[in-house]
Design a binder for this molecule. Structure first.
Ligand SMILES: [Fe+2]
Ligand SMILES: [Fe+2]
Length: 404
């Protein structure tokens, strides 16, 4: 349900964006077919999309209500998780000393662009009478890159808390030990992205409303597997797609190095999510509970596919000069964003298949939105971090710019 454009155009310009955003919220809620999914996402949707809780400039308190699961016998119960735990311990790195922070970053240097020129197709703006000169184009790409990295950072804060909650709530003991390493990993990711934005880009955008909804709904859901599905599979899958795309696209060496280190950790996190959920969904849930998760994953996949529209950049640059609807079209058609969606779904869909959430019942829905091409891809447990990265650039580790 798009806002009827003729109706919106009759409104004073100060109201147009607001009405468009209300219609968009309505569209999200009316698209959800499973009432259980609506119950799980609805309250977070109201807080994020209507009340804009993430944008009030104050800390947010989200009640958590999961049970902590203790086992006083300390079983070795999941060899694959135990192996991940061992790999995680030896794969630790120090964001302070292992990254080349000495690299000078000039976000407006056309010789070392944060995002390549072909990330955006500016003819879409020209067609609407907005002509940017070379410097403004560079600045817009700088804004978009800082916006993406800000969302990564906010997502990492969510991942840090979710990893801590899941470590308490999960029933696999080897999973708890592994979880402790992930909490550390996510803390390091928060540190690294936050420092890069602060020291090198001097920018921080507010959390995107859709990301807020996903994080909010996961924090308050008492079921550990929903936190897992949301954070380890969906948000981490999204992050891995986004990190991989940006890793391929950016020429800024410090950012490239930082992303490479983070991707190695994230590959482990998604692998853990696949192992834990494959066991749980296939052996511990009823068919009705499985279907609820299958529907939930599909709705969140759509939420992520359609809704990350960088409105925070739109408000900074174009509000009053370009309609929100035209901005959406512009972002959807940006070649870099298309590449980003392709990588994201090529990672996400095979993982859903692997954990049992891509049954013939839901497949036609994925086919309808053009995602069937990813059904047969490799899932996270079949890919090592090195394969993942060499698949991105086919090169050896960038030791040439290792930290001083
Ligand atoms: Fe992370
Ligand atoms: Fe992670």
């Amino acid at each position: 349900m798009q806002a009827p454009q003729r109706l919106v155009n009759l409104l004073p310009s100060s109201m147009r964006s607001q009405v468009d955003s209300w219609f968009e919220t309505l569209e999200i809620f009316t698209e959800i077919r499973d009432p259980r999914v609506l119950r799980a996402l609805g309250p977070a949707g109201v807080r994020g999309l209507l009340l804009k809780r993430g944008k009030q400039g104050t800390p947010t308190e989200m009640p958590a209500k999961h049970s902590a699961y203790f086992d006083w016998t300390y079983p070795s119960d999941q060899p694959e998780m135990a192996e991940l735990y061992r790999r995680a311990k030896t794969g630790q790195w120090n964001a302070d000393t292992d990254l080349p922070w000495h690299v000078d970053v000039d976000p407006l240097n056309p010789e070392v662009p944060l995002l390549p020129e072909n990330f955006i197709d500016f003819s879409g703006l020209d067609a609407k009478g907005i002509h940017l000169d070379a410097e403004e184009k560079l600045k817009l790409r700088y804004s978009l890159c800082a916006w993406m990295l800000s969302q990564f950072l906010h997502g990492e804060q969510g991942a840090l808390f979710a990893a801590a909650q899941v470590t308490e709530a999960v029933q696999f003991f080897d999973g708890k030990l592994y979880g402790a390493t992930q909490v550390m990993d996510e803390g390091r990711h928060v540190e690294a992205f936050s420092r890069y934005l602060d020291e090198k880009l001097n920018r921080l955008y507010q959390i995107n409303d859709n990301l807020f909804v996903i994080v909010d709904s996961l924090m308050g859901d008492g079921r550990w597997d929903m936190k897992f599905l949301g954070m380890q599979i969906m948000v981490e899958g999204l992050a891995l797609g986004a990190f991989s795309t940006l890793y391929q696209e950016t020429q800024e060496p410090l950012l490239k190095y930082l992303l490479r280190m983070v991707i190695q950790d994230e590959a482990r996190h998604v692998h853990y999510g696949v192992v834990a959920l494959r066991e749980h969904i296939n052996h511990h849930l009823s068919e009705s509970e499985r279907q609820e998760r299958e529907d939930w994953a599909y709705e969140v996949a759509l939420l992520m596919r359609n809704r990350f529209m960088a409105y925070e950049v739109y408000e900074e640059w174009f509000e009053g000069r370009l309609s929100r609807a035209d901005w959406r079209t512009f972002v959807m058609q940006a070649p870099g964003m298309q590449r980003f969606r392709r990588v994201m779904f090529s990672r996400l869909v095979p993982n859903l298949r692997e954990i049992g959430l891509l049954s013939p019942r839901i497949m036609p829905h994925y086919e309808r939105v053009g995602l069937a091409q990813y059904f047969d891809g490799a899932s996270a447990d079949e890919l090592t971090a090195e394969q993942l990265i060499s698949g991105l650039d086919g090169t050896a580790p960038p030791t040439a710019i290792a930290a001083e």
